[in-house]
Design a protein around this ligand. Structure first.
Ligand code: 5AD
Ligand code: SF4
Length: 450
């Protein structure tokens, strides 16, 4: 085995085994693929078996306190691998590394490496330092790093759909959110490398790409805006589906909606986080739009792409939330009729504007009750949305066997809903025309049509 690049430079990995565990958002899934790519170039082998790892990296999330608590718990579990393998190197990477820095190097759960989201190129060096019994820390945020030319190594893949990161960071500073502090300033990746990555995925059998960023609508690379980027990626092949996440309502332009309506392989699904249905609350959240503006954007989506699915994020119990404001969130949900929602209880994050200026003053029982009301309503709306699809026809992209029944396949509609069908002669990566015959709140059932 050759552990040198071009036989000139000794590689730090020397065939040792790397295990990575990923928590949090889709951006982290994409980042892990970049990390594996950087490490493989240095001669590390990726393993899915933590027991045999020489290096364990945990890619972490700080968005809510419970996300961080889970990771502390995981560090407790990992302690016993150190007893089995005293040379084991353990690292925390991602948002929690950025937020907690040196704190992670102290105490009974101390790790060897702490690397923030912009320092993944230095991981081999940090690991090398850790092996020399120095702690390896790099939490420098960058104004320019986009890992543009690094080709991600797809590890957690179904071979059909892949994430492509198009920008990093966030400049929005929603008052509750830690992301602008952990992921730094917004920057867009070079458009040509994005299109090249999508093309290479297509050539390798992938049939769907999801373009990822915290706020994709503000993507800009020279003359290339987000609608133009979508058009270029969609032009790679009519057989390549294109999705994107996430949009900020304040930047959601008609231009984008028109591009989506004009190219059949751009999926009809928009994730448009509302966070709250109350204008006063949106102001405290620093969202920079009103309820009316948001509903205006929904009306534009319905007008330009009538069969588009709309999903959202909602937060229950943010600072000062009155019962009326909570009811406005419920009424917004009824008005929009979301197909799906991610729903959260507000969790105060250190260092944010809200933590410094807006008290976390809604009692936990009230937050919990409001969240439950939001979830119960969304369950109803989700079922109604699925029931409306029964009898309709869709083209699905098959992703693999159904989890419940190996004789069935599971795929998605353009609207991103899961449909289960009989296997027939199909396999993953196929497009199949189906009619919906039934549903539950989470799944549509379909039959093939010609
Ligand atoms: N508490 C609860 N939810 C939050 N989110 C972001 N920050 C917080 C927080 N401090 C939610 C928002 C965002 C999603 C990714 O996470 O709804 O859209
Ligand atoms: Fe956080 Fe707001 Fe940026 Fe989303 S847009 S990552 S909620 S600051």
């Amino acid at each position: 085995m050759d552990f040198t690049a071009n036989n000139l430079r000794p590689l730090k990995g020397m065939g040792r085994k790397l295990f990575v565990e990923t928590y949090g958002c889709q951006m982290n899934v994409g980042d892990t693929e970049i990390v594996v790519s950087v490490m493989q170039k240095e001669g590390y082998f990726y393993t899915e078996n933590i027991e045999e790892a020489d290096v364990i990296l945990i890619n972490t999330c700080s968005i809510r306190d419970n996300a961080e608590q889970r990771i502390w718990g995981r560090l407790g579990d990992i302690k016993h691998y150190r007893i089995q393998n005293p040379k084991l190197v353990v690292g925390i990477i991602g948002c929690m590394a950025e937020r907690l820095k040196e704190e992670l190097l102290k105490g009974p759960l101390a790790v060897d490496i702490v690397a923030g989201p912009d320092s993944y190129r230095s991981l081999p060096e940090l690991i090398h330092r850790a092996e020399m019994k120095q702690k390896g820390v790099n939490v420098e945020l960058s104004l320019t790093e986009t890992y543009s030319e690094i080709e991600p190594v797809r590890i957690d893949h179904n071979g059909v759909s892949a994430f492509v990161s198009i920008m990093r960071g966030c400049n929005n500073f929603c008052s509750y959110c830690v992301v602008p502090y952990t992921r730094g300033r917004e920057r867009s990746r070079d458009a040509e490398t994005i299109v090249a990555e999508a093309r290479s995925l297509f050539e390798n059998g992938y049939r769907e790409v999801t373009l990822l960023g915290q706020n994709v609508n503000s993507y800009r690379c020279g003359e290339v805006t987000f609608p133009e980027l979508m058009r270029r990626v969609a032009e790679v092949s009519p057989l390549l589906r294109v999705r994107f996440a996430t949009s900020h309502p304040k930047d959601m332009s008609d231009d984008l909606l028109e591009v989506m309506a004009s190219m059949p392989n751009i999926c009809h699904a928009i994730h448009l986080p509302a966070q709250s249905g109350s204008t006063a609350m949106l102001d405290r959240m620093n969202r920079r739009y009103t309820r009316e503006w948001y509903l205006g954007r929904i009306a534009a989506i319905r007008r330009i792409i009538p069969d588009c699915s709309i999903t959202t994020d909602l937060i229950a119990g943010f600072s000062g939330e009155t019962e009326e404001e909570h009811l406005e969130t419920l009424s917004l949900m009824r008005e929009v009729k979301y197909d799906y929602a991610f729903m959260f209880k507000y969790s105060e994050r250190p260092g944010t504007f809200a933590q410094r200026n807006l008290p976390d003053n809604i009692p936990d029982e009230v937050k919990t009750r409001r969240l439950q009301e939001i979830i119960a309503l969304q369950n109803e709306l989700g079922l109604q949305s699925n029931e409306k699809d029964v009898g309709k026809e869709f083209e699905i992209l098959v992703e693999g066997e159904s989890r419940r029944d190996k004789n069935q396949l599971s795929g998605r509609t353009s609207q991103n809903k899961v449909v289960v069908i009989d296997k027939g002669n199909h396999r993953k990566g196929d497009y199949v025309k189906v009619r919906i015959t039934g549903c539950t709140q989470a799944t549509l059932f379909g039959e093939e049509i010609d």
